[in-house]
Design a protein around this ligand. Sequence first.
Ligand code: DON
Length: 569
Amino acid sequence: MKKAFFLITLLFYSCSSVRTVPLMKGKDRDTYESKGREYMISSQGGASTNAGVSMFEQGGNIVDAAAAVSFAISVERPQSTGIGGGGFLLFYEPGMKEPIAFDFREKAPLKSHSKMYLDKNGNEIPRMSLDGIFAVGVPGLVAGIVELHKKYGKLPLSKVLAPAIELAEKGFKVYPELSRALKARAAVLAKYPGSKKIFFKGERVMKTGDHLVQTDLGQTLRSIAKDGKRSFYRGWIAKAIVKESWRLGGLLSLRDFKKYNVKKRKPVFGTYKGKKVYSMTPPSSGGIHVLQILNTVEKEDLNHFGVHHPYTVHLTSAAMQQAFADRARYLGDMDFVKVPLKKLTSKKYANKIRKGIPKEKALTKEQVMAGNFDRKESDHTTHFSIMTADGSAIVSTQTINGWFGSGVVAPGTGIVLNNEMDDFSTKVGAVNLFGAVGGQNNLVQAEKRPLSSMSPTLVFDEGRPVFAVGTPSGTRILTCVAQTILNYFEHNLPLYESVAAVRYHHQWYPDEIRTDLKGLPISTRNSLKKMGYKINRKNLGCRIQAIAWERNELHGVSDPRGEGMSLGK
Ligand code: DON
């Protein structure tokens, strides 16, 4: 039966064999790719990768490197991430049964509630969850990284923070991507004196080539170097943020900071053709749906067809559509709501999904219903991966959500505060910054963590991590991660090509396949259109940071679409 299906499928598509894989190009392959025999770091910034490398060079371990990268990238990419935000991290070292997932996602302030973004007629108040103080969730990054480091790090915190402090105080040249973000968010940043002081030169926002110094942030980082998370959650930093929140009529209180807690969680787990896959569990939807997509396509011999063959793209896109329908229906913070995690990640459910996908016809959004068990955008957030030859690995995705988060910097702190509250459903059925449809389970509730798509992921083979991967870019995160895993393990592309290959994304709503600007091969596009797909060429924003363990060697690739760097020894 299976064979017959395969043969029919093959016959249907036999006229269009697609073997060449269009690649996205960057400035210089040597920056993006590296090989090493001791350690490897792939991050979205050269200074940040170097910060991590300097920890290994000083005798530090993988956790020191991860902490140094986290703080340095907070300075190097203030548009994307920072200590005013939060994130997730998977950590594994030999001897552990499985990786530990650290959840340092922002929490909704104690005074927040499900109707806070609605006017008295029940309509959403435009941009209230995106710009300004009401968009801010209680930041978790400092607690997450400091706690991880305290337990597993080797070097003193002051050494780990040194590269970030130096980068903040000496400054660096504004690069084109940062300049684009500054321009896009200039009007919001200009509203807050704390933000304007840093990112403006007089009345104009900074641009490429200007020298960006973040003196206040340097001071804040010095405090953290001295007393860990104390000043941030109980001392002058918390007070400065709460003072600015009061001035702006916001909800943040000192109790919110005191009550912030990091959660250690069990990662979601699945297999793909014998390899073990671990990824982030709720409050991220990422891991569940990466597994769901992999499970849905697993029984097909996609390798036979090729990466961009119409059948590969059709089947994978339909798997993505289903994942997003389920995301809207079921996903939320499992500390507050029930999520059918086991069912969503089961092979049985995946088989059912696969059987419902017609061989040569697109499914419309109305045809895709969540399983029954019983807006505008831009590129921000950051991801880094680190692996060592002894078999330790860390993957972490960190964010302040949109470009420059809420736009608010509490004066004197240098900290750009997140707008992670937009990841909640402002009301059932409303869409967020990334066009993801919001459901009941993800409504705002005091202390709840907003639903995320961030998917730091580790793949294991024969008892050790062999693949570390993750990316920024909102809802596209989970589809970009799933595709990179498929490119490498299913299609056997080399690592660089697995990362650089043109990618596609379907998120159920809107009803279209979105692809990198360069586009899929023309023959594939034509076939997909015949099947009824709409295709929208618009870069996905993903910046995959991948590391593979290959024949006793570490191989790192930072996405050539971005400004990152892989470096190892
Ligand atoms: O947690 C999430 O899924 C989003 N807040 C991530 C935002 C993001 O990746 C923005 N990047 N391009």
